[in-house]
Design a protein around this ligand. Structure first.
Ligand SMILES: Cc1cc2nc3c(=O)[nH]c(=O)nc-3n(C[C@H](O)[C@H](O)[C@H](O)COP(=O)(O)OP(=O)(O)OC[C@H]3O[C@@H](n4cnc5c(N)ncnc54)[C@H](O)[C@@H]3O)c2cc1C
Length: 443
């Protein structure tokens, strides 16, 4: 008996939708399964969509997709309990097509992408939480949901990081075991948790407050330097058309035993004197939380095997340093690459691990794997607790001494120099120099 479909795609996020569109465009009889009631209802991003990774499958996406605002500047800074220090990069070329980045709301973009997959010919079925991959021996031959088996010679696993289909299987056999049950769990030192809230805002207030016109938007991100020692995280604030997206991203392992929960961190972030005026008057519309893979260290043991390929967050393809995060672009890119490999396999009728090995070559040629291997070294630099405690204090302290008038006289660069030397001695010259060398090497 023949298979139900040429290809099954599990999960209608950026990776799954991009894959399903490409597969259907290539003539494959494709089933796209989504556990949410509608695509997008379960998904969460900050979310700035960087780059042009959808171009190969949807050349007009920038005109047609429900995007929020195009980003004209990026602010990056440090917050301590009562101070803020930030740098802003603004680029006029970001203000015209082809735009560099857009703010997005996933409930709108993913629904649109899934519709594009249907228009291309894929079959979309929502409210179907796939239970597991269907195996024949060692080969993946489709999926199982509520006891029902749907078969295809190739399955694309794009169900996000908290992947029900691969956690606890040999595909992620390198994950650490749980203390009580011995079952596998995601590696918490290589995972982050993101929490996001969306606030309504009058568009004219938004334009005045953020200094933008028309559909211009801004992205702002900060290191949270006011958290309990050892807790490492960042905060973001992005402008949408008539809403603001605000959230935090915290390294999961750094929360353990520190007596603070993510809802307290986001409250402190919202109440910070530099943030509160930016969201003042906004009404909370929605909120959510989600796990995020932390780059190459959170990858599965393999990206493909007999009858399957893994793309997007499920493969760990997210670059994040706690402040800047890029996952949607890699999800789309890897989804398209997996689909192209599947189309080749359908033609060659070879769905073995060997037949699908060109997925690996594509991931290399398109820079997905080289990027992640390169970013791996960033882990040592970015998850350094000094970046989230001593350094924000040190830098804001220097600016305080440089710019604050006192009864003892006007502020001076000399005073700032002395205070930075004092602050550096507090951190210790050796760790400071080591951090500078590590950062320089990785950059
Ligand atoms: C707070 C936060 C902020 C972020 N900010 C940014 C940002 O600014 N820019 C950026 O590029 N990235 C950002 N990211 C990362 C980005 O959201 C992800 O990298 C991206 O969503 C990955 O897409 P994906 O398709 O691989 O997975 P997902 O978006 O997770 O999609 C997976 C899909 O699979 C479905 N699914 C899951 N399990 C099943 C199942 N068993 N059966 C059927 N369907 C299933 C889900 O419902 C979902 O639709 C952020 C993430 C978070 C949490």
């Amino acid at each position: 008996m023949g298979d139900d479909f040429d290809a099954i795609v599990v999960g209608a996020g950026f990776a799954g939708c991009a894959a399903a569109i490409r597969l259907a465009q290539g003539g494959a009889n494709t089933l796209l399964l989504e556990r949410g009631a509608e695509p997008g209802t379960k998904n969460l991003s900050g979310g700035i969509l960087w780059g042009h990774d959808l171009d190969p499958i949807l050349p007009k996406w920038q005109e047609e997709m429900p995007l929020e605002r195009h980003i004209i500047s990026k602010r990056f800074g440090f917050l301590t309990r009562d101070k803020a220090l930030s740098f802003e990069y603004r680029d006029d070329s970001w203000d015209r097509p082809p735009y560099n980045a857009h703010s997005v709301l996933r409930s709108r973009t993913d629904a649109w992408l899934a519709k594009k997959a249907e228009e291309a010919g894929a079959t979309l079925v929502s409210a179907v939480p796939v239970d597991r991959l269907h195996l024949e021996g060692e080969k993946v031959r489709g999926v199982v949901q509520s006891g029902e088996v749907m078969t295809a010679p190739v399955t694309l696993v794009t169900d996000g990081y908290n992947t029900r289909t691969t956690i606890g299987t040999s595909i992620r056999k390198g994950d650490p075991p749980r203390a009580n049950s011995g079952q596998q769990r995601l590696p918490e030192d290589h995972s982050e948790v993101g929490v996001k809230e969306v606030f309504s805002i009058d568009p004219s207030v938004l334009e005045d407050r953020f200094g933008v016109d028309g559909l211009q938007g801004r992205a702002q991100e900060w290191v949270l330097g006011f958290l309990p020692p050892g807790v490492m995280g960042g905060g973001f604030l992005y402008t949408n058309r008539v809403t603001l997206s605000l959230g935090i991203i915290v390294q999961l392992g750094s929360l353990k035993g520190r007596g603070i929960a993510t809802h307290e961190i986001i409250e402190r972030f919202k109440l910070h004197p530099a943030i509160e005026p930016l969201i003042r008057g906004g009404e909370l519309l929605e909120y959510g939380a989600k796990l995020i893979p932390d780059g190459y260290s959170s990858r599965p043991d393999k990206f493909w095997g007999d009858g399957f390929m893994i793309a997007g967050d499920a493969a760990g393809f997210v670059f994040s340093n706690g402040i800047v995060i890029q996952g949607m672009s890699y999800a789309a890119r890897s989804g398209i690459l997996a689909a192209e490999t599947a189309l080749e396999a359908i033609k060659a009728k070879d769905f073995s691990a060997r037949g699908l090995a060109s997925y690996g070559e594509r991931l290399i040629r398109s820079n997905v794997l080289p990027d992640f291997q390169h970013f791996e070294g960033m882990d040592r630099v970015k998850w350094n607790s000094r970046i989230f405690s001593e350094y924000p204090e040190m830098m804001t302290g220097v600016f305080h001494d440089w710019m604050t008038a006192t009864p003892q006289g006007p502020p001076s660069l000399m005073k700032a120099g002395l205070s930075s030397a004092r602050a550096a001695m507090k951190v210790g010259w050796r760790p400071l120099l080591q951090d500078l060398v590590d950062a320089a090497r990785e950059v």
